[in-house]
Structures are given as structure tokens and as C-alpha cells.
Write a protein that binds this ligand. Structure first.
Ligand code: GUN
Length: 303
């Protein structure tokens, strides 16, 4: 039977570290980390996530604001709000909750966020490892769980990421690669997906298909990280009730794997703690920047 990786406990440890570090930062600098979360429309699941992010930001001692825009908000109005938040000195992190309503194009919105305020890590400058070191929250959380089992150096290990989304699969593969794993990205067009998965020492599932990954797809002793969030009917809980399950058949796979994350209670809780960590990092970077801006002209031959 596998080690069940406790994402709630890991997330709580990460939040404790953020709270302590923020308290010191605030005492020394007089600056509170500021997080703005933008949500468009009234999708109940998105509102639940955004509410949790705002509450956690407050619990960490941050300045936390939520902008709730009506479903019919135009692209231009959304871009104007981002521009205002980009210019607002008390806001260090901006997150636009996805998905946006269909008439809005998410990509230009995400790319309009200043990279140093992109606490989601989705700006090309961050995704490409070029700018601020703000890493996309869910992959960062999943990596932290992987490191609890394997340490930070994954040399010699085969990792398979099932799913190639911009939000998760691609940045996760990059992080695994950065940690020296040998990485395969699998997806809906991969030939013989079970055989590819069976080669994985670290198997990461993020496809959005309930219980796709079966016990006989798992290499004995492998670490299985389940990023899926699938809502299914749960008539056993009463009429009309639902529950959340992952992309992994947990009850079967836990008998084969060496370590496995449950859903809920695995990767999910890590995402918010990584968001808080990124917001604090963004605030610290912003506090350090005026000093650099002073220095540069003085030391520059053009100054
Ligand atoms: N919707 C679901 N997960 C996420 C996330 O990590 N970031 C954003 N912005 N939206 C999401």
C-alpha cells in the first residue's frame, strides 16, 4: 500500500512559512503584500476558488482585493482594469481567474499583466523562465509534493506527464526537466498510453478524465500525482449531490504505487499556498526594485 501524500498538511506548512516571512517583511519594510483577484461572470466553482484565495490572502496578513465583473464585461474593460492594477503600487500580485466567459480572449489578458505581478506564473516571460521566477502555482505545488518523496534532484528518474495544457502540463514538464528528470509528455493522441505510463517513476495525471489512470498503468513503487478535478454525481450522498474525483483510479492505484496523492486533499490545497508564496515573492521583489532603480542611473555611463 502506497504512502498517501497529505497535500493539506504540506500546504499548511507552506502557509505557516509564508505567514512568518510576511510578518518579518512587513515589520522591516512597512509594506503589506497586495493581491488582486479578478473574476468575470458567475460560475459557482470559480467563485468558490476565488473566495478561498481571498480568504487565505487575508489570513496571511496580505492586502487582498477581489474585482467581480459581470459576465458581459468587454475585453477592453477587462484590459483597462489590468492596466489600473499594473499601475497600482499597493498591488503586487494580479490573478485573473480562468476560464473566462467565451466572448473574452484570455491570452491577451494574461499577457497584459506585468510579469513581475503575474503571481499565476502564466505570462510568457515567467513560463519561459526568463523574468521573475514566479512559477505557475499548481505545477509548483505538485513539484513540492514530488520533492517530498524524491528530493529536489530527479536524476535518473522517468517522469510522464499526461496532459499538455498551458496552465499545468507544459509548465509541470518544464519543472520536472529542470530537476533533471527524463520527461515524456503524453496526451490524447499518444499511442498506447498505458504502456507509456507504465515506464514512469513519477506519473503526473492532468487530463480532466475521471479515473482514466488504472492500476495496471502504474509501475510498482511509482509516485502518482493526480491533478484532476472531476465533479461526478454522488446519489449515495443524496439526490442531486456531487463529489470530486481525480484522473487516477485511486483505490486501485494505491495498491501498486509507492506514493500517491488523493483527490481531494492532494495537489489542490497546494495551489493556494503557492499563490501566497508567489504574492509574497512579488512584494519582496517590488520592495527591492526602487533600490536597483536608484543604483542603475548612478552607475550607468548614460546616467
Ligand atoms: N482556474 C483553475 N485553476 C486556475 C489557476 O491556477 N489560475 C487561474 N488564473 N485560474 C484557474
Amino acid at each position: 500500500m502506497a504512502i498517501i501524500i497529505d497535500g493539506k498538511a504540506e500546504a499548511a506548512l507552506a502557509i505557516d512559512a509564508v505567514k512568518a516571512s510576511h510578518a518579518t517583511f512587513e515589520a522591516e519594510s512597512g509594506i503589506k503584500a497586495g493581491l488582486a483577484v479578478v473574476i468575470v461572470g458567475d460560475d459557482p466553482a470559480s467563485h468558490a476558488y476565488v473566495g478561498a484565495k481571498g480568504r487565505m490572502a487575508k489570513e496571511c496578513g496580505f492586502h487582498s482585493v477581489q474585482h467581480t465583473l459581470p459576465r458581459e464585461t468587454s475585453q477592453l474593460d477587462l484590459l483597462r482594469l489590468i492596466e489600473a492594477l499594473n499601475a497600482d503600487p499597493v498591488i503586487h500580485g494580479i490573478l485573473v481567474q480562468l476560464p473566462l466567459p467565451d466572448h473574452l480572449d484570455a491570452e491577451p489578458v494574461i499577457q497584459s499583466i506585468r510579469p513581475e505581478k503575474d503571481v499565476d506564473g502564466l505570462h510568457v516571460m515567467n513560463a519561459g523562465d526568463l523574468a521573475t521566477g514566479l512559477i505557475s502555482c499548481t505545477p509548483a505545488g505538485a513539484m513540492l509534493l514530488v520533492s517530498r518523496i524524491h528530493g529536489r534532484d530527479l536524476s535518473g528518474l522517468n517522469a510522464v506527464v499526461v496532459g499538455r495544457s498551458n496552465l499545468f502540463g507544459k509548465p509541470m514538464a518544464q519543472l520536472l526537466l529542470d530537476a533533471n528528470a527524463t520527461v515524456t509528455m503524453a496526451h490524447s493522441r499518444t499511442l498506447d498510453l498505458p504502456a507509456v505510463c507504465r515506464r514512469a517513476d513519477i506519473l503526473v495525471a492532468a487530463v480532466g478524465r475521471a479515473e482514466l489512470i488504472k492500476a495496471d498503468w502504474v509501475k510498482p513503487g511509482a509516485t502518482v500525482i493526480d491533478v484532476g478535478i472531476n465533479r461526478i454525481a454522488a446519489p449515495e450522498r443524496g439526490e442531486g449531490r456531487t463529489r470530486i474525483i481525480g484522473d487516477v483510479d485511486f483505490s486501485g492505484c494505491k495498491e501498486i504505487a509507492g506514493a500517491i496523492t488523493p483527490v481531494p486533499g492532494g495537489v489542490g490545497p497546494m495551489t493556494i499556498s503557492m499563490l501566497m508564496n508567489n504574492t509574497l515573492a512579488a512584494a519582496k521583489m517590488s520592495a527591492a526594485r526602487p533600490l536597483q532603480q536608484h543604483w542603475f542611473p548612478l552607475s550607468s555611463p548614460f546616467g
